[in-house]
Design a protein around this ligand. Structure first.
Ligand code: HEC
Ligand code: HEC
Length: 410
């Protein structure tokens, strides 16, 4: 059986409450007595009706009060009114630009902090090159038992186009978690991988955003490298020579698709092979590139194009195995994959396949990616021709012109 606590129980609950309650009661009684005594004692001041006390000055007479003093007060009021009438709208007009100015200042601070991390704090620059132009990273290969095999150099892709092919969120994910089985470490404290807070990772992406090439600049870089790769221009050729060579590129030639699939420029940023051909990113030519030089790398390099790595194996007829038509295949490599979204006949995206023809950060603009539809159509034709024995071109494959025309209609 329970008894609800009554007021008496509460009061008696502790000595402190009891003393407190008593004090409050005494205080109230005291106040009432004080008020009553005061009211009784109050009277008009002696002589207050008759003359002013000597310490009080006489107030204005009516004449002065209604002319000079009144006018002065009104003038002051008018001036204040004008100040408010002018200043408030001015403030209001200036507010949007003040706000955007503040935003810009924040953005600049973020970019500066990101740059500081890129260059010094996390030394992304050591691998990805100054201003994200691409570079290479040392990597130690160990065998299945963890035994040392060799130290090699690994292509580190340019990051000055990374936001043309990936969303900001995808880039943050890569920075947070890194790329397992490659020299790219994870950096995110949230991911339990490294020292960087999510704010620092965002700042890094802000910095990367500030150094992105335009789609035109990126396409030009790819075209120039392609022209050199195809032997249409010499390395270090002049602008005019390159212009001419680029004109001569035949996108229907399977060699063009192959060269693009394996384009080495900018740390392999344009290449499909760096994710779809195992060992492609390992640099084997050149002195000192492999240490020890006589290391046996046959298990790690030399795999056929598209045989699979981070990205799936592409050999064995992408059309119609995974994509019903060439147009669908072209569309997929144009926009890339979205995490959790299905693609093709039975693919499910992870957001790791970049969109090469359409910047995923600008949803309302199409064809603003790092590669043109012509380039991607040539690559699609090449990728669809891959077999485990090498490329076998499909005589019925639509031409680049047909593919890109189809895309414009759709
Ligand atoms: C030790 C060298 C190294 C360092 C340091 C490094 N990276 Fe990387 N990073 C790489 C390599 C190598 C790859 C490519 C991995 C592969 O082949 O899949 C890569 C890939 C990436 C990618 C994916 C690019 C793409 O298109 O696939 C991003 C984004 C990236 N790094 C950002 C950064 C940032 C930001 C930092 C600094 C916080 C950083 N990296 C530091 C070596 C490095
Ligand atoms: C940064 C790594 C990366 C690069 C670079 C890349 N891919 Fe992929 N690709 C992937 C991944 C990962 C998938 C699997 C889908 C996913 O996880 O979203 C994929 C899937 C694909 C598929 C679907 C294959 C299937 O059977 O489901 C095709 C086709 C493809 N890529 C073609 C290309 C082409 C062509 C290029 C070059 C223009 C390219 N990829 C460049 C990572 C990459």
């Amino acid at each position: 059986m329970h008894l609800l606590p009554g007021p008496a129980t509460v009061l008696a609950a502790s000595t402190v409450t009891t003393i407190g309650a008593t004090l409050v009661v005494l205080l109230i009684i005291g106040l009432l007595v004080y008020a009553w005594v005061n009211v009784r004692a109050s009277r008009a001041e002696v002589g207050s009706e008759i003359e002013l006390a000597p310490n009080r000055k006489p107030y204005y007479d009516d004449d002065e009060l209604e002319t000079r003093v009144l006018n002065r007060t009104l003038r002051t009021a008018l001036v204040l009114l004008v100040v408010i009438a002018v200043a408030l709208p001015l403030y209001w007009l200036n507010e949007p630009s003040r706000q955007s100015g503040a935003e810009e200042a924040f953005q600049e601070t973020f970019v500066r902090r990101g740059e500081q991390l890129y260059v010094e704090g996390s030394q992304c620059q050591n691998c990805h090159g100054p201003e994200g132009t691409g570079g290479q990273a040392a990597y130690t290969i160990t065998d299945a038992d963890g035994e040392f095999v060799a130290t090699v150099n690994w292509r580190a892709p340019a990051l000055n186009t990374v936001l043309l092919r990936h969303t900001r969120e995808e880039v943050e994910y890569i920075i947070n978690y890194g790329r397992p089985f490659s020299p790219m470490p994870g950096w995110g404290a949230d991911a339990g991988k490294g020292p960087l807070s999510s704010q620092q990772v965002t700042n890094l992406v802000d910095y990367l955003e500030s150094i992105q090439l335009s789609p035109e600049e990126a396409r030009r870089q790819a075209e120039e490298a392609l022209a050199v790769e195809l032997g249409l221009a010499e390395e270090g050729a002049s602008e005019e020579e390159l212009d001419e060579a680029i004109e001569q590129i035949d996108y229907d030639d399977p060699a063009t698709g192959e060269a693009l699939f394996n384009l080495e420029v900018a740390g392999g940023a344009y290449a499909c092979a760096r994710c779809h051909t195992r060992g492609w990113s390992i640099i084997t030519e050149g002195e000192d590139s492999v240490e020890p030089p006589d290391a046996d790398l046959s298990d790690y390099v030399g795999f056929p194009d598209g045989s699979g790595a981070l990205g799936p194996n592409l050999t064995g007829g992408l059309v119609p195995r995974q994509f019903a038509t060439y147009e669908e295949l072209l569309e997929f490599i144009t926009t890339g994959s979205v995490d959790g979204e299905p693609y093709g006949n039975n693919g499910i995206g992870s957001g790791k396949m970049p969109g090469f023809g359409d910047n995923p950060n600008t949803e309302d603009v199409s064809d603003d990616g790092m590669m043109s539809q012509e380039m991607l159509a040539a690559i699609a034709r090449y990728a669809a021709s891959l077999t485990s024995e090498g490329p076998v071109p499909d005589p019925n494959a639509p031409s680049v012109e047909e593919l890109t025309a189809e895309d414009e209609e759709g």
